[in-house]
Write a protein of this length. Structure first.
Length: 314
């Protein structure tokens, strides 16, 4: 659907918020806290951005975009090519980071740009009168995104942990107290930050079902040892060779197959394809360890094969 960029706010030196409204004045499709939208950019890329505003709002979507110097082109395009009043094509909201329905208390952790879905969760938890605390980790005070929103709406819940202010450092053992059986933890931010939070919680006795995280970028996989493999398509006699420098998606598309893609990093699950034979080399962060162990589906945008071939079904 088409939306209009109504307002752009410079939140930090490197993060901008984009307020999106319907191009025809109608209400936007509803969403739940933690949801994201696909944004189809004018440079041909599709990127996912979390919705940061309260899910009760129907008149706008708010996304925060970090201008990353290591960007593959998405955030750079958003920051340099779009202005207020421009049209933008987006997908309807999808949610891979929902608030667990049995959440009675919550601890929210955000690192840097990871505040974007966490902020929407905070709005939702507050509206439902569910007790929570929000711990926001940044390098410096000027890097706090949505500072006004956080201090206005969550005075009793927000805790800022600023790297260059030692007195604000977080006592993880105190926050993640042992008696946490009635709580759920939600974390979003850089991969190393999320790993630290998750490992700390597990060390303190938190159970897997209490821990929830949102990946923005997949961890880089070692590619120097990539081997070629073959993809066979059920119901055809086609055999597609995937070379070491290619992804399975690239090989399939080059051979005329229509593969739905979005993130191209194994984050969103758009391209998940059924595997009938062979052993995938799973490199996504979308599926669980249990789902990986079944070896009955894989993400061709990033995953490969441990066996010499895979038989798949579209």
């Amino acid at each position: 659907m088409d939306v209009v960029i109504d307002k752009i706010h410079q939140l930090t030196p490197s993060i901008r918020a984009f307020e999106l409204i319907s191009s025809n004045g109608s209400a936007l499709p509803s969403f739940e806290a933690g949801a994201h939208i696909d944004v189809h950019l004018k440079n041909g890329l599709t990127r996912q951005y979390s919705l940061s505003n309260c899910c009760r709002e129907k008149h706008r979507y708010v996304i925060g975009v970090l201008h990353d110097e290591h960007s593959r082109g998405g955030s750079r395009c958003m920051h340099t090519e779009y202005r207020e009043g421009d049209q933008l094509r987006i997908g309807t909201p999808r949610n891979l980071f929902e608030i667990h329905p049995h959440t009675q208390k919550a601890i929210l952790f955000a690192g840097g740009i990871g505040i974007t879905p966490i902020l929407s969760m905070a709005y939702r938890l507050k509206s439902q009168r569910i007790p929570f605390e929000l711990h926001y980790f940044v390098r410096s005070h000027e890097m706090i995104a949505f500072y006004g929103n956080l201090t206005e709406h969550f005075t009793g819940q927000i805790h800022f942990h600023i790297q260059d202010q030692p007195e604000t450092q977080c006592d993880m053992s105190s926050v993640l107290e042992q008696n946490a059986s009635d709580k759920h933890l939600y974390v979003c931010g850089p991969a190393g930050f999320m790993a630290f939070v998750m490992e700390s919680a597990q060390h303190m006795g938190w159970q897997t079902e209490q821990l929830h995280q949102e990946h923005f970028v997949a961890q880089k996989s070692e590619t120097s040892n990539n081997a070629a493999f073959t993809i066979e398509i059920k119901g055809t006699d086609r055999r597609i060779e995937v070379q070491p420098h290619q992804t399975a998606t690239q090989a399939l598309i080059e051979n005329g197959f229509d593969v739905p893609i979005s993130c191209e990093q194994g984050i969103c699950g758009t391209c998940i394809t059924r595997v009938l034979a062979g052993i995938p080399d799973h490199r996504d962060v979308f599926m669980t360890d249990e789902e990986h162990a079944l070896n009955n589906q894989f993400t061709p945008c990033c995953s490969r094969a441990k066996s010499t071939s895979l038989l798949i079904e579209f």
